[in-house]
Design a binder for this molecule. Structure first.
Ligand SMILES: *Cc1c(COP(=O)(O)O)cnc(C)c1O
Length: 333
């Protein structure tokens, strides 16, 4: 039987400034007395305060435009960085943006939520539905108004969005040249899976030796596909999307789930310490939900001597600092 025709054309709409900066973190390395730590600043992608979703959105918005959409619809938590970057991307592309947000309308418009409003997004408060469950109904209503909606999944994590992080690996290889071979591990926050899946694919495509180590941010909810399975599925779907011949298995996956602390968005001592150390030693702002937790995981791994002295660890800074302004009381006493 003939395989179904695949749509291999990928449209990319430029939205950010690439390559993002790369730099060493000597004071943090020294303080921890561990391996060399370097950082890839995907918090500096340039789209309305930046973050990892910009890379996914370049491909997702390219696809939306190619399909003639005039409004994008996505969802997430109230302080979602993904929603804020989607609102900015839609504005930059001259499209409308509807956001399905978890919870109820809060009294204070701050952090990412303030930016969503400034960027012109229309907000739908969805109570318990934090992961975009209400998107189909919103699309139906937009369709009735004669609009053509384009759905961007939770976290921008589908095959198209995942391609953005395979491309990020290519960018890193071009940026570092042969020095990319010195990197032994890449550590980052993993939540909706697209970043992790894209890095796994990019690692394979560009022959990068470093281990790709995701720090799980969210405990996950019952009834969902476990994150590890979801990441492998996404990597497989992105392979199909690119028309490649690659397969991924459990052996490719390193996903650490012991750092989820008090659950999604709950700031604990470990996150506070990580945010404070990076701020005071390197002048770098992490975020309370994702990168603070991922850096706390990396610090713990270093203290537990999981790395050798000769290792070089790359931390992918995936963004999120606008959320700092939403929970000042949990960050400083
Ligand atoms: C969304 C997000 C992540 C997680 O990326 P996924 O591709 O969803 O796994 C990490 N850090 C920040 C700041 C994010 O906004």
């Amino acid at each position: 039987m003939k395989a179904p025709a695949r749509r291999l054309v990928l449209h990319r709409r430029a939205l950010g400034f690439f390559p993002t900066p790369f730099m060493p973190l000597p004071a943090l390395s020294r303080h921890l007395g561990g391996p060399a730590i370097v950082i890839k600043r995907d918090d500096q992608t340039g789209l309305a305060l930046g973050g990892n979703k910009t890379r996914k959105l370049e491909y997702l918005m390219g696809d939306a435009m190619a399909r003639g959409a005039d409004v994008v619809v996505t969802g997430g938590a109230a302080q979602s960085n993904h929603c804020r970057q989607t609102a900015a991307a839609a504005a930059a592309c001259g499209m409308g943006c509807h956001l399905a947000l978890g919870g109820e309308a809060p009294e204070a418009m701050n952090g990412n939520l303030l930016l969503d409003r400034l960027l012109g997004a229309e907000l739908h408060w969805c109570g318990e539905h934090r992961k975009g469950e209400d998107i189909p109904e919103i699309c139906r209503q937009l369709g009735e108004r004669g609009l053509t909606p384009y759905v961007i999944p939770y976290g921008g994590s589908n095959a198209t969005g995942t391609v953005g992080y395979a491309e990020a690996m290519r960018e890193l290889v071009l940026q570092l040249g042969s020095e990319v071979n010195a990197i032994t591990h890449m550590v980052f926050a993993s939540s909706s899976g697209g970043t992790h899946a894209g890095l796994l694919l990019g690692r394979r495509m560009y022959g990068v030796a470093a281990e790709v180590v995701g720090i799980c941010i969210d405990k996950g909810e019952t009834g969902e596909v476990p994150l590890g399975d979801h990441i492998l599925q996404l990597a497989g779907q992105a392979v199909d999307r690119l028309g490649l011949n690659q397969a991924f298995s459990r052996a490719d996956l390193i996903l650490l789930d012991e750092y989820t602390g008090g659950g999604y968005g709950v700031i604990g001592d470990a996150e506070r310490e990580a945010i404070s150390l990076c701020a005071r030693l390197e002048g770098i702002l992490l975020d309370p939900v994702y990168t603070g937790r991922a850096m706390a995981g990396l610090i713990d791994l270093i203290r537990r001597r999981e790395f050798s002295a000769g290792d070089t660890i790359l931390f992918w800074h995936t963004g999120g600092s606008p959320a700092l302004f939403a929970s000042p009381g949990d960050l400083v006493g």
